[in-house]
Design a protein around this ligand. Structure first.
Ligand SMILES: *Cc1c(COP(=O)(O)O)cnc(C)c1O
Length: 226
């Protein structure tokens, strides 16, 4: 299931991707979180050694634990079960997929055990029924406010996943909704930095819609990634 070492061609593809991102960004800083599900640590390491990409985004606690090495930065981007939080809390820079109250409580409790303030993104469900996970846009401000009551959790922004099979204009609505929430949170709270949206099929549109963090997987690692 986990692939072998990445070859030269893939590094070149990643470098071309970086060029495209730079163009779309028109001078803004865009942080790339490489979505690394099913990709081996050796491949991740080879990518990071040969490109400016420095953060790996993992979907599954089990997989993160298997691959974990302190030499690279790890974000958690998938649905997180509360009983898995204790295994990853000391390993992750950012949990991008905070989507419910009991997960918030668990992250706070486990982070406290490590004397850590865990940075998180609030996951917004901009696509409604088509995407699992995430709070509805109408509930985002209330959820953001709730996070402020937890001493060991710090809200750094929002993350959005859009449905795969929607039109460009429908996707634009999702991105605009996410951007609107991000802008509101920035006004209300200190330390709001990240608008994480855009995957392999829509990262250009996401950047043009204000994303400053994107999470491409297949666009970096190829279709064989998963
Ligand atoms: C898999 C995944 C990605 C990357 O998807 P690609 O289509 O391979 O770019 C990004 N974000 C999340 C939350 C994912 O699960």
């Amino acid at each position: 299931m986990i692939n072998s070492v990445m070859g030269k061609v893939e590094i070149e593809r990643a470098l071309r991707l970086l060029e495209e991102i730079k163009k779309a960004a028109a001078g803004r800083e865009i942080e790339i979180v490489a979505a690394t599900k099913t990709v081996s640590f050796e491949t991740i390491k080879e990518l990071f050694d040969n490109t400016p990409i420095k953060v790996a985004g993992e979907n599954r606690a089990q997989e993160l634990m298997q691959k974990y090495h302190p030499s690279v930065l790890w974000d958690f981007i998938g649905r997180l079960q509360t009983n898995k939080v204790k295994y990853i809390i000391d390993k992750v820079r950012l949990i991008q997929s905070l989507d419910r109250r009991n997960l918030l409580e668990t992250i706070n409790k486990e982070a406290a055990k490590h004397n850590k303030v865990q940075d998180v993104l609030l996951q917004i469900n901009t696509g409604k029924e088509e995407v699992k996970g995430g709070v509805n846009p109408e509930e985002a401000l209330e959820a953001a406010s709730a996070i402020q009551n937890y001493a060991n959790v710090r809200l750094k922004g929002i993350m959005a996943v859009t449905p795969l099979d929607i039109s460009v204009s429908e996707r634009q609505k999702c991105f605009d909704t996410a951007y609107g929430i991000f802008a509101q949170l920035k006004q209300s709270y200190k330390g709001i930095e990240y608008l994480s949206m855009g995957m392999s099929n829509d990262y250009i549109q996401a950047i043009e819609s204000g994303a400053n963090m994107i999470r491409p997987g297949r666009a970096i690692f190829g279709e064989r990634a998963y």
